[in-house]
Design a protein around this ligand. Structure first.
Ligand SMILES: Cc1ncc(COP(=O)(O)O)c(C=O)c1O
Length: 391
């Protein structure tokens, strides 16, 4: 079956954050939304049909987990990432960002700190700080060619005895990095030695592009398995973030006792009715859709990369190795933060996430979500070209 990613779905009025809070966030609503990390592609029919089938039963009382829920997740991970996960390692969580907050509350003392590696997904800073924990930055090292590496020397330097957790974006949002085995092994060895729990957020893991291969952090070594909590979800890949279908994977028994014990005590690991239904449908029937979607995303990325090179060479997109977010280096435009935002929002009428959101290292960058029908992208880029040429 051939899926149609060119189809335009009107999201305004559906309550979508991407379209319906534009005015609140950007001060105007006549913008093309290329920000929030969900896709403007229709949720595939094998998921909608599964949900509809359950909806037809007109009683939505308390439900137990379907028997095939975890075996389906386990098979997906084994088939896609060659990682053998045991059922007792898994639990539902009501969202990955919430999972980070819950892990902090369950596992860290009040004076213990969290390391993050900016520029990175902003809740990695906001959630620890909101829970009154200090955040320690180990900024990614920007290489000459615009790619990034982890800075292990600086990690040694900034890490003190109070650092007890490190949050890893694997693959990395916003720079689209698929971390190498070597990097993950080094990180595991460092964190294990120092007694640091690694939260590996792998929400983008099923969207590796251009032949790159995602490596689950916990799978790289015994040390990694012993010190890590992995979070995953079908929500990004299959565009079902609103359904909330995340899960945690914890191989270490002692970590499970603490973390899952806390989750159970607070009844936070029972999935709502629709989560397992959507997850099972996605992971059982979604492979063909996933492949076609990624091919379309690669087409969009290739197209914008040539467009920028030809028409807006001052903006340099970092070609992502995974997912549908493109990190745009706009520093050669020579604009300060306000002027850069003004260019995108008021002149080009585009809503992107501005780089400063992603903490140190994000200044002068913008994050572009290319998971939109190509005609929308064409129109958006033309407007950006005109706005830049009018500067
Ligand atoms: C790296 C990363 N983690 C987590 C999330 C959100 O996950 P959830 O909706 O399960 O909290 C996002 C969404 O953009 C993300 O990019």
């Amino acid at each position: 079956m051939k899926y149609d990613f060119d189809k335009i779905i009107e999201r305004r009025g559906s309550g979508a954050i991407k379209t319906d809070v534009l005015k609140e966030k950007f001060g105007r609503d006549d913008l093309t939304p290329l920000w929030v990390a969900d896709m403007d592609f229709e949720t595939p029919e094998f998921i909608t049909d599964a949900l509809k089938r359950r909806l037809e039963h007109s009683l939505y009382g308390y439900t137990s987990e379907p028997e095939e829920y975890w075996p389906t997740v386990i098979k997906w991970i084994q088939d896609h990432h060659q990682w053998k996960v045991r059922q007792e390692w898994l639990t539902f969580i009501p969202g990955i960002v919430k999972g980070i907050g819950m892990a902090i509350n369950a596992l860290l003392a009040k004076d213990e700190k969290v390391i993050i590696q900016p520029p990175v997904y902003h809740p990695f800073r906001l959630v620890p700080q909101g829970n009154r924990r200090d955040v320690v930055f180990n900024p990614l090292h920007e290489n000459e060619d615009g790619t990034y590496s982890m800075d292990f020397e600086n990690l040694e330097a900034v890490c003190d005895d109070k650092c007890r957790m490190l949050i890893l974006s694997n693959p990395h949002n916003p720079a689209g990095i698929v971390w190498s085995r070597d990097t993950l092994e080094r990180l595991a060895s460092f964190c294990h030695r120092r007694g640091i729990i690694v939260i590996s957020d792998e929400i983008h893991c099923d969207m590796a592009l251009y032949g790159h291969k995602h490596i689950p952090f916990a799978s790289v070594s015994d040390e990694a398995a012993a010190c890590s909590i992995t979070f995953g979800s079908p929500s990004k890949t299959f565009n079902i973030a609103g359904i909330v279908s995340s899960y945690a994977i914890v191989p270490s028994e002692s970590l499970r006792e603490k973390f899952y014990g806390w989750l159970h005590a607070n009844e936070l690991c029972a999935p709502p009715l629709f989560s397992p239904i959507a997850t099972i449908a996605a992971f059982k029937d979604g492979e063909n859709w996933r492949r076609q979607m990624l091919e379309y995303i690669e087409g969009n990325i290739d197209w914008i990369c040539s467009f920028f090179a030809e028409f807006i060479p001052q903006v340099k997109p970092l070609k992502p190795q995974a997912s549908f977010l493109v990190w745009l280096d706009c520093r050669a435009l020579g604009l300060n933060h306000d002027a850069l935002v003004d260019l995108f929002v008021n002149k080009a009428r585009l809503a992107l996430n501005d780089g400063e959101t992603f903490n140190p290292g994000g200044q002068g960058f913008m994050r572009l979500n290319v998971a939109v029908p190509r005609s929308v992208l064409h129109d958006a880029m033309e407007r950006l070209r005109k706005a830049v040429s009018d500067l």
